[in-house]
Design a protein around this ligand. Structure first.
Ligand SMILES: Cc1ncc(COP(=O)(O)O)c(C=O)c1O
Length: 390
């Protein structure tokens, strides 16, 4: 079921975003053009929009194994993480003001936690091992009488390591502490069942599973009390006011339904390609270090650090060859700063600056792998030769 991209490019950045599935795009277009009414209006046209929103809620709740009423739709993964953590912290602060998270979370979680620290909350940032794994025993050891929430991501967006969420969930189920997981990288790619994972709050985002950008949601176990961050017309159980993004929500529902139908088949194919890329990159490129867990990793995620070369230069070089990829290193005002995730694995900053992430998905074919395996070693050799000459 290949999804076409609009040029001859080889797109290897599916963890950053995915193209919208054509079937979801067609549904969204029809909802935008014909069934455009406000879902909060009581006339027939409004009811049709409401039906589109509620259909999506039913589809998604079936896939995540929760009740439709336990889903709140909103504007993406960042918003869901903010609502889960800030909303929960504000409404439960009478019980305690301590939160546990990890050092390798997405900034949507980390910066939300840092914001709460400035407002009197205490946050424990658990370290990870050299493969990026959080140890469930460390979560247990960090619990305090005033701990109200643990937030650990399901899979990391930079290195693909998948955390033992079910193990942590089982451990926390015996306590009064609530459990949030940022599942933005796993929903639509790995089986995600909120009952099996034993989570109370779970964030997801449509554009990571071939749905539209700017729409996502939060699963909230019944009985969980959170404060809204956005006040207004009282939509989404008064937890996310504002007229619903009807087309976006419907597109998300259909995209997730399609992704779930082909989940196993796609995960098997991508894992095979992933393992081939990892093996051959290690063989063909000197000074290559795999980052993340060797087996507990997302099906499509290949991530490396290369000695004596910087990630941004690799990205630019690959771009010239028509390959879209990404690096964890960020360039701010001419200075390269290594990713917090790679530093948390214990990598030296200079090695962490040489990071490359290739994330496979539906736009790829087996021949893309051959191209990358031909181009990447040459690109790195070239860049190293250039920097040695300087
Ligand atoms: C793990 C993780 N959490 C949160 C987000 C933010 O999601 P969104 O882009 O929908 O705001 C991302 C996106 O890259 C992500 O990978």
């Amino acid at each position: 079921m290949p999804t076409r991209i609009p040029s001859a490019k080889i797109y290897l950045d599916h963890a950053a975003t995915t193209p919208v599935d054509p079937r979801a795009a067609a549904l969204m277009q029809s909802l935008g053009n014909e069934k455009f009414a406000n879902p909060n209006s009581s006339y027939l046209l409004g009811q049709e929009s409401r039906r589109a929103v509620e259909d999506a809620r039913r589809k998604i709740s079936k896939i995540l194994n929760c009740a439709p009423g336990e889903l709140i739709f909103m504007g993406g993964g960042t918003e869901a993480d903010n609502l889960a953590i800030k909303g929960f912290a504000y409404s439960n602060q009478d019980r305690g003001r301590h939160i546990i998270t990890s050092t390798i979370e997405h900034h949507a979680v980390l910066r939300t936690c840092q914001y709460l620290e400035r407002r009197g909350f205490t946050v424990t940032y658990l370290s990870v091992d050299s493969t990026g794994l959080v140890d469930a025993h460390d979560v247990k050891k960090a619990l305090r009488p005033d701990t109200i929430l643990v937030s650990i991501m399901h899979a990391n967006n930079e290195i693909g390591t998948v955390q033992p969420i079910a193990e942590i969930g089982a451990l926390l189920a015996e306590t009064e502490v609530y459990f949030h997981t940022d599942a933005v990288q796993t929903v639509g790619h790995l089986p995600v069942d909120v009952q099996k994972l034993n989570v109370d709050l779970l964030s997801f985002s449509a554009h990571k599973f071939y749905g539209p950008k700017g729409v996502g949601g939060l699963y909230m176990r019944r009985g969980t009390v959170i404060d809204p961050l956005i006040h207004g017309g009282g939509q989404e159980h008064d937890l996310r006011s504002g007229t619903e993004n009807v087309a976006g929500i419907a597109g998300m529902g259909l995209a997730l339904e399609i992704a779930s139908e082909f989940l196993e088949e796609e995960a098997t194919r991508l894992s095979r390609w992933r393992d081939r890329l990892i093996k051959e990159i290690l063989q063909r490129i000197e000074g290559a270090r795999l980052t993340g867990h060797p087996t507990e990793r997302l099906p499509g995620t290949v991530s490396f650090c290369f000695e004596n070369v910087d990630g941004e230069s690799i990205i630019l070089k690959l771009d010239l060859e028509g390959i879209c990829a990404s690096t964890g290193a960020a360039c701010h005002a001419g200075e390269i700063s290594p990713s917090h995730v790679l530093l948390a694995l214990g990598l030296e900053p200079t090695l962490a600056n040489g990071s490359l992430r290739l994330t496979l998905g539906r736009t790829n074919s087996a021949s893309d792998l051959d191209c990358v395996l031909e181009i990447l070693p040459k690109a790195i050799q070239n860049l190293r030769a250039m920097s040695a000459a300087h």
